[in-house]
Design a protein around this ligand. Structure first.
Ligand SMILES: NC(=O)C1=CN([C@@H]2O[C@H](COP(=O)(O)OP(=O)(O)OC[C@H]3O[C@@H](n4cnc5c(N)ncnc54)[C@H](OP(=O)(O)O)[C@@H]3O)[C@@H](O)[C@H]2O)C=CC1
Ligand SMILES: O=C(O)[C@@H]1CCC=N1
Length: 271
């Protein structure tokens, strides 16, 4: 790809996407620019780690960029756009990773007919394994979607959804890695309580999760069969799963996803 891309916001999500992009080598690193509000050390770190460039001449770099990625927190969107919207024009493609924030709200802020694609990646982009969903804003044409798909393919797998599904997507795959990490933390604590040493527990749990990930990727069996294959009648797994059921595991997950989805809706309303 020969586009020039600028990230407005240089936090963990920007880094995850930059890591995937630079690893794929589909875009010359010197064509990737990044800026933030004030943290100079962060920009230097990204520059040195990924061989990309920090924005020195803001007017020139932003107005000359083909793709502008909005990667600040939703609460900072208005402030960030107020200083760059004069540099945005309709020949550019805007990608927004802001949770909860609609393309309509961003369009209102920019107040120009620009194509905006809403993107919900996750931090596994860092290793090229993001589960990313994208949706079209008002002025988006098919060729914009092709560009976005090509770009986001470098950080993992991409699906397209209607924009009203983005809150649900955020609660599942945007926040999802954190639920799994939390599960790992809980298993680590339980393993120590069960008498295992910490490094042994960590090795076993990490490999268990990696194994499950690979089984999910490669097996043609439905998930419930994979689970049933481990669950001997009256065996240990059944005993463990029964305890999860007794303590409301499914309800906890349903509440978790619903709370995240509602929070995404709220973030959109707080703009
Ligand atoms: N983290 C995740 O797993 C995911 C996050 N997202 C979304 O990605 C976005 C970024 O999240 P995350 O990377 O975690 O956040 P971080 O807090 O790590 O980074 C936010 C960045 O925005 C910058 N910023 C703040 N205000 C402005 C401004 N006025 N102009 C330019 N830059 C500004 C900050 O700069 P400075 O440090 O100088 O203040 C910082 O670099 C959010 O909208 C979030 O909803 C989406 C999917 C997953
Ligand atoms: O917690 C958040 O708001 C962001 C959105 C998805 C993952 N992290």
């Amino acid at each position: 790809m020969d586009q020039k891309i600028v990230f407005i916001g240089a936090g963990s999500m920007a880094e995850a996407i930059i890591a995937g992009l630079t690893k794929s080598d589909s875009l010359a690193h010197q064509r990737i620019f990044v800026t933030n509000k004030s943290n100079q050390d962060r920009l230097t770190y990204l520059e040195e780690t990924y061989g990309i460039k920090q924005v020195n001449d803001k007017d020139k770099i932003i107005s000359e960029s083909d793709i502008v990625v909005l990667a600040m927190k939703p609460k900072d969107m208005k402030d960030a756009l107020s200083s760059i919207k004069s540099l945005i024009h309709s020949k550019q493609l805007i990608l927004s990773v802001l949770a909860g924030t609609s393309t309509k709200a961003i369009l209102k802020e920019i107040n120009k007919k620009v194509p905006i694609i809403r993107v919900m990646p996750n931090t596994s982009a860092l290793i090229g394994e993001s589960a990313t969903a994208i949706s079209k804003g008002k002025y988006v044409e098919e060729y914009h979607m092709t560009i976005a798909n090509k770009l986001l393919h470098t950080i993992g797998k991409t699906v397209t959804v209607e924009e009203d599904k983005m809150h649900a997507v955020t609660s599942i795959s945007g926040s999802g890695p954190a639920y799994i990490y939390y599960l790992v933390e809980a298993m680590q604590k339980a393993a120590i309580d069960a008498g295992l040493e910490q490094d042994i527990a960590e090795q076993l749990i990490k490999q268990t999760i990696i194994g499950v990930g690979e089984m999910l990727r490669t097996s043609s069996e439905p998930v419930h069969i994979l689970r049933e294959n481990i669950t001997s009648p009256e065996g240990t797994t059944e005993a463990g799963l029964n305890a999860l059921k007794k303590h409301g595991f499914e309800k906890a997950i349903t509440e978790c996803v619903e709370s995240a989805r509602k929070r995404s809706l709220e973030l959109g309303e707080e703009e």
